[in-house]
Design a protein around this ligand. Structure first.
Ligand code: ZN
Length: 189
């Protein structure tokens, strides 16, 4: 297993749709194992393959939810689809502040749906589904967006959107080739 560099906002791999996984092979297992290790060290509650420079429809989550003991605290979703309940109208509250390992050290508030149904394949290609709500549903939406080339900062509304633009500018992001490595670079997402 290896810790992988995490690509920062501005690299094209983060801003285009990822391709479906067709081979459920050793290389995929290795990628997922490395993503778990990277996510744990970052630390993060989820990580999508484009964030480690791989344009494939794969994400992992690492999140323990006492309300949902039926949902594994760590899991991998391959070729997922996601259904969400309608998002409540209004501006996001303080408790809706989100972060992203590809926009490290910054946090902004975003409205999300409170319920999500994830259908995906596991490492063997077997289909499964999980239904989650609250913060778990937010994680699923955040990671799923990565597979469509969307960062959570792309969904922000004013004034949060302006704050994110300023943060990207002052950090010198928004260009290809930037990354940070958990355990080596002193950053947190
Ligand atoms: Zn993210």
């Amino acid at each position: 297993m290896a810790v992988l560099p995490i690509v920062i906002s501005g690299d094209p791999v983060l801003h285009r749709p990822a391709a479906p996984v067709t081979e459920f092979d050793e290389a995929l297992s290795t990628l997922v194992a490395d993503m778990f290790e990277t996510c744990a060290l970052a630390p993060g509650v989820g990580l999508a393959a484009p964030q480690v420079g791989v344009g494939k429809r794969v994400f992992v989550w690492m999140y323990e939810d006492e309300d949902h003991p039926d949902v594994p605290a760590r899991g991998v979703a391959i070729n997922p689809t996601l259904w969400i309940a309608p998002i409540e109208p209004g501006l996001p509250g303080e408790e809706e502040v989100e972060g992203c390992l590809s926009f490290p050290g910054e946090r902004f508030a975003l409205r999300r749906s409170n319920r999500a149904l994830l259908r995906a394949q596991d490492l063997e290609g077997e289909p499964f589904e999980v239904e989650v709500d609250g913060w778990f549903a937010r994680i699923m939406q955040h990671e799923y967006d990565h597979l469509d080339g969307l960062l959570y900062v792309d969904r922000l509304v004013h004034p949060e959107s302006r704050g994110a633009q300023k943060a990207a500018r002052s950090n010198g992001w928004g260009k290809p080739g930037l990354s940070w490595t958990p355990g080596i670079d002193d950053l947190e997402g």
